[in-house]
Design a protein around this ligand. Structure first.
Ligand SMILES: Nc1ncnc2c1ncn2[C@@H]1O[C@H](COP(=O)(O)OP(=O)(O)O)[C@@H](O)[C@H]1O
Ligand SMILES: [Mg+2]
Length: 197
């Protein structure tokens, strides 16, 4: 059984904690601390679908199965790092400080625009888009790339959007327009500096 300890805690959301894997710096382990496994099961079902269909994983951390830990069942994923070896920060981290946002705004806008294009091209669906569910990876050349770490998939009873990309694209466009509205409400100081993707 793997032992997860506080000093390896990377981040925390509404229902999970995310730890660095004790034996492998390239992996993280997510354990549910609030609520049940319904969301985990849904996520893993979508990952099974992606494993069969997705060819380009550049914006989605790979899922490496479940392990037993001292904190219960843990789900293992790729851990996203910046080129300087620091764990990548969330989009929320970059947006909450006006100075940090202004300093990085071109790279951020471009990473978000590219993420949307990636989703449209490969029909990668999310239930919703939220600032703390996107990681911003800083690359060597100063460019950023965005990764979706949570809320992937589709809750429709009959998930037509998975199989028909025209349907998937409409869904992706809707999620991005909602996301844009959410960003405007949550970070009013960003104004028009955050482009409409
Ligand atoms: N693959 C990852 N690489 C690096 N950090 C991550 C990764 N996945 C999650 N995190 C960090 O852990 C936090 C919580 O993870 P998340 O999957 O969003 O949990 P929840 O389902 O509770 O919202 C994220 O906001 C992020 O800071
Ligand atoms: Mg989350």
């Amino acid at each position: 059984m793997l032992q997860l300890t506080r000093e390896k805690l990377i981040g925390k959301g509404w229902h999970r904690e995310c730890y660095e894997h004790p034996d492998d710096r390239d992996l993280c382990i997510k354990v549910v601390v609030n609520g049940n496994n319904a969301e985990t099961n849904r996520e893993q079902a979508y990952y099974r679908y992606l494993t069969q269909h997705l060819t380009d994983w550049r914006a989605v951390p790979r899922f490496h199965g479940n392990v037993e830990t001292n904190l219960g069942q843990g789900a293992v994923f790729d851990l996203v790092y910046d080129s300087d070896g620091q764990v990548s920060r969330t989009l929320g981290y970059y947006l909450e400080s006006p100075e940090r946002f202004l300093k990085n705004k071109t790279a951020l806008n471009s990473a978000l625009a590219q993420l949307k294009q990636y989703q449209l091209q490969h029909n990668v669906l999310t239930m919703s888009l939220k600032p703390n569910n996107l990681l911003i990876q800083r690359n060597d050349d100063g460019a950023f790339s965005a990764h979706i770490i949570d809320n992937l998939g589709n809750a429709d009873w009959i998930p037509l959007a998975n199989y028909f990309s025209w349907f998937g694209s409409a869904k992706i466009e809707r999620k991005w327009s909602r996301f844009h509205k959410l960003l405007g409400q949550t970070y009013p100081h960003l104004g028009n500096d955050l482009q409409a993707f």
